[in-house]
Design a protein around this ligand. Structure first.
Ligand SMILES: Cc1ncc(COP(=O)(O)O)c(C=O)c1O
Length: 355
């Protein structure tokens, strides 16, 4: 037990619903190493279908899905991947990619927007004609963009970026850990977003609410190599149908429900903005994340996190701001608990100033 009255640290903290637990208990299973777990195979089919891709491979984590997706584009180590600074693959996973695939990144700071536009991408992909050393072989993008507060990279911008990559002959890998949040917020089908990348990964274990699991999707000819990499990385997880069964429920039930998370995040953001004017950029709150710039209103960030925890609210930090994420296990009462805690914090700060 986290011990929080409301746990807003991440959308990964959800517990499986009763429906998921029932599905897990009844799951038909086989040995996924041999490719004969029927529930895994069904989930893979459904995931590929949901993104309009030919194939999908089910793996334990989003990190593994990204690492397979990235490595699929290369035969060996020593390749340069272009990306915006601040993406999950260029920060948390940077050492993983270096270790597993020998990948290095060429990055540009995208500023508060969080993603690179077509012009910036074109500069990043410019060929090194003089020395032929800094050759970029892949472009990585992320949607929604976590470091930008869960903002959605607009589909027109993604299309323009894809065109730049196509013109440069560079394939695209999309970290779509929260692609369904992006799709719901933009009122488009996730397949429209996925169409702009050669390989796409997404997480069943985030907003969709599954306890475990992510997938990497792409063309059918990638499947053999993706499965080889999955085994190489230690991800051949035998009777994985047990968790795939929860993944099927998450995929079926979770997508449309994300709207509720977005609505609650919006209400949470508006509430905190009212309590602490200037601390929340409401424009940035497009999906299930709320970033609070406590330092901007004179509250030390780490101390604020500690006080929130004492008041029963789990939150984390990112880019110097307090981060709160809504999810399947956060209801309206939970938002109330969080707002009460922020009110208490603001009152403490006022009293502290007065004394
Ligand atoms: C955007 C993004 N990509 C990838 C991952 C990695 O997923 P996992 O934690 O399942 O390895 C995360 C995790 O938070 C993420 O936010």
């Amino acid at each position: 037990m986290s011990g929080f009255r409301v746990d807003l640290r991440s959308d990964t903290v959800t517990k499986p619903s009763d429906q998921m637990r029932h599905a897990m208990a009844r799951a038909e299973v086989g040995d996924d190493w041999y490719d004969d777990d029927p529930t895994v195979n069904l989930l893979q089919e459904r995931c590929a279908e949901a993104l309009g891709k030919e194939a999908a491979v089910f793996v334990p984590t989003g990190t593994m899905a990204n690492q397979i997706g990235l490595r699929l584009h290369f035969r060996g180590p020593g390749h340069l991947v272009a990306a915006a600074a601040g993406l999950h693959v260029t920060t948390v996973e940077v050492m993983t990619a270096a270790t597993l695939a020998g990948i290095a990144y060429r990055t540009v700071d995208p500023g508060s927007r969080g993603w690179l536009d077509a012009e910036e991408t074109a500069i990043l992909l410019e060929p090194d004609e003089f020395y032929d050393v800094e050759v970029v072989d892949l472009l990585a993008v992320e949607n929604t963009v976590g470091a930008a507060g869960g903002r959605v990279m607009p589909i027109e911008e993604l299309r323009a970026v894809r065109k730049v990559a196509d013109d440069a002959g560079v394939p695209v890998h999309l970290d779509g850990a929260r692609i369904f949040n992006a799709a719901v917020a933009a009122s488009i089908d996730a397949s429209e977003i996925a169409a702009e990348a050669n390989t796409v990964m997404f997480c069943l274990s985030k907003g969709l609410g599954a306890p475990i699991g992510s997938v990497v999707c792409g063309p059918a000819e990638m499947t053999r190599e993706a499965r080889r990499l999955k085994i190489l990385y230690g991800g051949a997880w035998r009777q994985a149908g047990i968790v795939a069964a929860a993944g099927l429920v998450a995929l079926e039930e979770g997508r449309e429900r994300l709207r509720e998370d977005h609505d609650r995040a919006g209400r949470l953001a508006e509430g905190v903005a009212e309590i602490l004017p200037g601390a929340v950029d409401l424009e940035q709150v497009e999906t299930n994340m709320v970033f609070v710039d406590t330092e901007a209103v004179g509250l030390p960030m780490l101390q604020t996190l500690e006080r929130l925890a004492v008041l029963g609210v789990g939150a984390t930090h990112s880019g110097g701001k307090v981060r709160m994420v809504t999810h399947l296990d956060v209801d309206d009462a939970g938002i109330g608990v969080a707002l009460d805690a922020w009110r208490a914090l603001a009152a403490e700060a006022r009293n502290g100033e007065a004394s």
